[in-house]
Design a protein around this ligand. Structure first.
Ligand code: PRP
Length: 179
């Protein structure tokens, strides 16, 4: 892939970790039913792979939120572009994200979802960039802690491109600086 400066996680490394996360979640939710909430668009490939590694009965729903622009950055307010179709009351909810960066999106989402009175509410993220955190958020399940680099692939985009790559890589700076 000529636009990538470096491959951070190969397809095999991702698959292995997704399998481990699925096993961990399966253990923790034994005897329960899960409601998996995927946050579009980035979480789509991860969620599709993860649900097939979870061996407890589950249902899933999807939500789309706008990323905060500069003006909403300090408040962390995000706009819900597509809401859930199912209610969460009394459900064991697992939010699936591709990446946690500042934590602002998830902080807003979690407080919003909490008002729907789930029995429990946890987070599974594939990637975590703790060095960028602006608000305190600690995911219960975390695939990989990564450095503060511009990563794309496996759902992660630059200007809507590269989401389809099976691996996760660091984008060459000339791709986004245009030089
Ligand atoms: C990404 C990611 C998280 C959020 C994380 O979504 O999927 O939702 O940003 O950033 P934060 O921790 O700084 O809030 P993005 O807005 O890029 O939308 P996308 O998933 O549709 O690409």
């Amino acid at each position: 892939m000529k636009e990538l400066a470096e491959i951070l996680l190969t397809e095999e490394e991702i698959a292995r970790r997704v399998q481990e996360l699925g096993a961990e979640i399966t253990r923790d939710y034994q005897g329960k039913e899960l409601m998996v909430i995927g946050i579009l668009k980035g979480a789509l490939p991860f969620m599709a792979d993860l649900i097939r590694q979870i061996k407890v009965p589950l249902r899933y729903d999807l939500m789309a939120v706008s990323s905060y622009g500069d003006s909403t950055r300090t408040s962390g307010a995000v706009q819900i572009l597509k809401d859930l179709e199912m209610g969460l009351e009394g459900q064991h909810v697992l939010v699936v994200e591709d990446i946690i960066d500042t934590g602002l999106t998830l902080k807003y989402l979690l407080s919003n979802l909490q008002t729907r009175r789930p029995a429990s509410l946890k987070v599974c993220t594939l990637l975590d960039k703790p060095s960028r955190r602006e608000v305190e958020i600690t995911p219960e399940y975390n695939g990989f802690v990564i450095p503060d680099r511009f990563v794309v692939g496996y759902g992660l985009d630059y200007a809507e491109r590269f989401r389809e790559l099976p691996m996760i890589g660091v984008l060459k700076p000339e791709v986004y600086t245009g030089k």
